[in-house]
Design a protein around this ligand. Structure first.
Ligand code: G3I
Length: 497
């Protein structure tokens, strides 16, 4: 059966509506049977992958997935071997599915859903109502129109995937950081008031009664003012019969924001309200033992809370992480298993078979160059510390190198990825790149860095979250160009800050 979106983009759906759920149940049952066998004969082995180990305990272990990497063999192989759940990293967000009002584009999200279904994986939907990645047409609506656009968005997207999504992040990041416990300013909050949240959850329940409906946020991992505010909202919803089934705790950790000491207690207090909890976007900046220990703490906390139904890491490989300079994931840029991987597998009760998913096993740290992507174009090294970006002489030992990669090209435009490598002998706290943009070609959009100009050249310096690079570590930023043809190579100078 082919379901057509309202605008003709189709996706072949499995004939069985609840295919993924049945398939997962089969996996789980198989895993449970294997555990029983251990008790009976003592000859069976512990599961050797993240997904199978989690399934043995009745949970899922998932990852965020980007549709444009599915064609990369190592990416897909690692996904398929290790994980039993996926969350589209960007493809289900408002700007991706409804860039223009009431025109829905599901092709990229469908690609991920189709892949997951073919492998029997659970799917988390991310996300329906969020202040970010929101098209400008939404922000410009008046209150009445905005409510109707929000309800329509929720309804159309959830109906498209009706029966296929395990849990939806109905609302994302709606509370402020800090001690106020207040709601974050957003078009929804500012024009519709607190009631928009309840409206969103009620609309979501009507659109797909089988999907679990979650509220998802970051910095709510421990007991603090922000998590207290979310807790109060969930408690109020449960008391008044507003449909809510789960709270997603994102779990983006680093040295400034480590796994809190009361993490398990916080998971448990939400669960005690009568909702499931899920770790939805786990990643931990760092490397080696410290990183591995943080991962174990998170997994052990989830396993200790019966209503913690699963964990999702926010990406497979460090090289495609939204903060790749922090090397926060379980596989390095070459898909080698890191110490953090082994820690998670062990905490889940699994045992490494000694084999590899796609790369080589690497128990150590994962810093290094991460240039193993699917290059459809040309890669060339840039120059180190080319002085064209200004800013004076960098401290001794500090240096960086930038490399250009053509990701894709089309008539009238192309996309570039630039990797920035700390090629010096000291840690970097910031970097600036500079290049000469081909004449007549303009940058339409640049991400994961801050664009500027200097001496007639285009510059890009680190974003707030990817300036710090350990020796040998790298990060990437990207941009889209209007105009063509794309250069076959481009010299990009790099200077440390
Ligand atoms: O790849 C496209 C390119 O084809 C397109 O032309 C260009 C135009 O904007 O965008 C490129 O996409 C970028 C995308 O990352 C892929 O790298 C987007 O600009 C960029 O905004 C996007 O960043 C995402 C970020 O959310 C946006 O807020 C990250 O990938 C994604 O990991 C991150 O995920 C969020 C969760 O949704 C919510 N919680 C925090 C988490 C981390 O920030």
């Amino acid at each position: 059966m082919t379901e057509q979106s309202p605008h003709g983009r189709g996706r072949t759906k499995p004939a069985r509506r609840h295919g993924p759920r049945i398939a997962l149940a089969a996996v789980t049952t198989g895993a449970v049977a294997a555990v029983s066998l251990i008790a009976l004969s003592g000859t069976a082995h512990a599961a050797s992958t993240l997904g199978a180990s989690a399934a043995a305990g009745g949970r899922y272990f998932g990852t965020a997935v980007a549709a444009n990497h599915l064609g990369e063999a190592s990416y897909a192989a690692t996904l398929d071997a290790e994980f039993n759940a996926v969350t589209p990293e960007n493809e289900m967000k408002w700007d991706a599915v409804e860039a223009s009002r009431n025109t829905f584009t599901f092709s990229a999200a469908d690609q991920i859903v189709g892949h997951a279904q073919s492998k029997g994986m659970k799917i988390r939907g991310h996300t329906l109502v969020w202040y970010s990645q929101l098209p400008s047409w939404v922000s410009s609506l008046n209150a009445t129109d905005l409510k109707s656009a929000m309800d329509n968005h929720i309804t159309q997207v959830m109906r498209h995937y009706k029966g296929e999504i395990y849990a939806w992040d109905v609302a994302n990041e709606a509370f402020q950081d800090g001690g106020s416990g207040a709601r974050r300013s957003s078009p929804f909050q500012d024009k519709l008031g607190d009631g928009y949240m309840e409206e969103a959850f009620r609309t979501a329940r009507a659109a797909d009664p089988d999907a679990k409906l979650c509220y998802n946020d970051y910095n709510i991992d421990g007991v603090n003012a922000k998590s207290n505010a979310v807790y109060a909202m969930v408690k109020d919803f449960k008391a008044r019969g507003v449909p809510i089934d789960c709270v997603g705790l994102q779990g983006h950790f680093n040295s400034q924001s480590p796994v809190p000491g009361d993490y398990q207690q916080n998971l448990q207090r939400f669960a005690d309200l009568g909702v499931d909890v899920q770790i939805t976007e786990l990643d931990v900046a760092g490397s080696g033992t410290a990183q591995a220990n943080s991962y174990s703490t998170v997994v052990n906390a989830c396993l200790a809370v019966s209503r913690c139904t699963g964990m999702t890491v926010w990406g497979i490989t460090d090289k495609y992480s939204w903060r790749s300079g922090d090397t926060p994931l379980l596989f390095d840029g070459n898909y080698a298993k890191k110490a953090a991987y082994t820690a998670v597998l062990t905490a889940l009760g699994g045992s490494d078979s000694g084999g590899t998913s796609a790369g080589t096993t690497n128990g150590g740290t994962s810093a290094g160059t991460t240039n193993g992507g699917t290059s459809t174009g040309t890669t060339n090294g840039g120059t180190t510390n080319g002085g064209a970006t200004g800013g004076g002489t960098p401290p001794a030992g500090q240096g960086c190198t930038a490399a250009f990669r053509l990701v894709s090209a089309w008539t009238g435009g192309y996309q570039v990825e630039v990797s920035v490598l700390n090629s010096g002998s000291g840690a970097l706290s910031g970097w600036t790149t500079a290049w000469t943009q081909p004449s007549g070609q303009t940058i339409a959009n640049l991400w994961n860095a801050v664009q500027g100009t200097s001496d007639g050249r285009t510059t890009a310096h680190n974003a707030a979250y990817n300036g710090q690079l350990a020796v040998g570590a790298s990060t990437t930023f990207g941009y889209v160009v209007n105009g063509g043809p794309p250069p076959t190579s481009l010299t990009i100078d790099c200077q440390s800050a």
